[in-house]
Write a protein that binds this ligand. Structure first.
Ligand code: PMV
Length: 315
């Protein structure tokens, strides 16, 4: 049996604005999808979904991945796949990308194929294409390489920056699942109605990413937090937020976060906050008391890697 684990992600700045060519900043975080492969008959088992039938929609990602693997590496994969992910589904944390990356990595490792992370990324991207309409590649890249990424107009650049020591990202999972495509469409429709005003908002979002980069390089967490709030405001103005997202932002800020914003498509999904590590626990307790699902994550600077699974989850 060969097992790999790959991190999920958050978008720190620039979601939605990125759709029309503005930059965005993403970060791989310590919530993982673990995938094991072993000799088998092509069956997929998920700890959340149970056995996934070969023709089921949930099998699409794996079918596409195995097909590309066979075509590109000339190996017919006769394996069963075991998926165990702690990344919330359809929440903006890149769950399917992490599963695709971990599967690609485990498969290449299982068949002892000489490979680079670039190969893992290409395979995973092919699988993502089968399940998401035109994926940007940000999620799979973050999951493969880890760390911070700058993305603009299809060009992805890994950044040599770190989150300042002593700070964590607090994640509120609103539990509201939404369709990224539907929110993107409505935001774009508003953008097209706003004319010059829309352009100003999008230019501000672009400048914000550049300021955030500078703040990260300089370790200026106070400014970083403030920029998150401004980013949330811009997303709000474009209709990407919702009552539950705003509520989570207020709660995070009121309980001591330096900044907070929705992350990803919005209208549900996750909301992130930047907080001092020493304050994170209090913050989590306070928000949990209000019935919100909340947890902290740290940056993952490694990306996909081998792991060992002692026990297989029940099938
Ligand atoms: O919520 P997610 O992880 O699907 O992120 C969507 C990010 C958008 O900028 C809203 C869309 C996109 O394709 O970049």
């Amino acid at each position: 049996m060969k097992c790999s684990m790959a991190p999920g992600k958050i978008i720190l700045f620039g979601e939605h604005f990125v759709v029309v060519g503005k930059p965005a900043l993403g970060l791989a975080v310590t919530r993982y999808a673990t995938v094991c492969v072993e000799k088998g008959k092509g069956l997929v088992y998920s700890s959340k979904l149970g056995r996934i039938e070969p023709g089921a929609p949930d099998a699409t990602l794996f079918n596409a991945l195995l097909k590309s693997f066979e075509e590109w590496f000339g190996v017919k994969a006769l394996v069963d796949i075991y998926v165990d992910s702690e990344i919330p589904i359809s929440s903006g944390m890149g769950s399917s990308a992490a599963i695709a990356v971990a599967t690609a990595h485990a498969l290449l490792g299982y068949y002892n194929v000489d490979h680079s992370k670039e190969d893992v990324l290409k395979l995973a991207h092919e699988a993502e294409k089968a399940v998401h309409y035109k994926p940007s590649g940000v999620d799979t890249t973050l999951s493969t390489y880890g760390g911070f990424l700058y993305y603009k107009q299809g060009v992805i650049r890994k950044l040599d920056v770190r989150l300042p020591i002593g700070y964590s990202i607090v994640v509120v999972n609103t539990g509201v699942k939404r369709s990224t495509g539907a929110v993107v469409r409505e935001v774009l429709e508003r953008y097209s109605r706003l004319g010059k005003t829309g352009e100003h908002i999008y230019s501000a979002a672009e400048e914000l990413v550049e300021l955030a980069l500078k703040a990260l390089h300089e370790g200026d967490v106070k400014l970083l937090g403030e920029l998150m709030v401004v980013n949330h405001g811009l997303l709000w103005s474009m209709g990407a937020s919702s009552r539950i997202c705003d509520l989570a932002v207020y709660e995070l800020l009121e309980q001591g976060a330096l900044g907070a914003k929705l992350s990803g498509a919005g209208r549900g999904g996750i909301v992130i906050g930047l907080a001092k590590k020493s304050k994170a626990e209090i913050l989590i307790n306070k928000l949990s008391e209000k019935g919100l699902e909340v947890f902290t994550v740290e940056p993952d600077y490694t990306g996909v890697k081998n792991t060992i699974r002692e026990k297989r989850f029940s099938q």
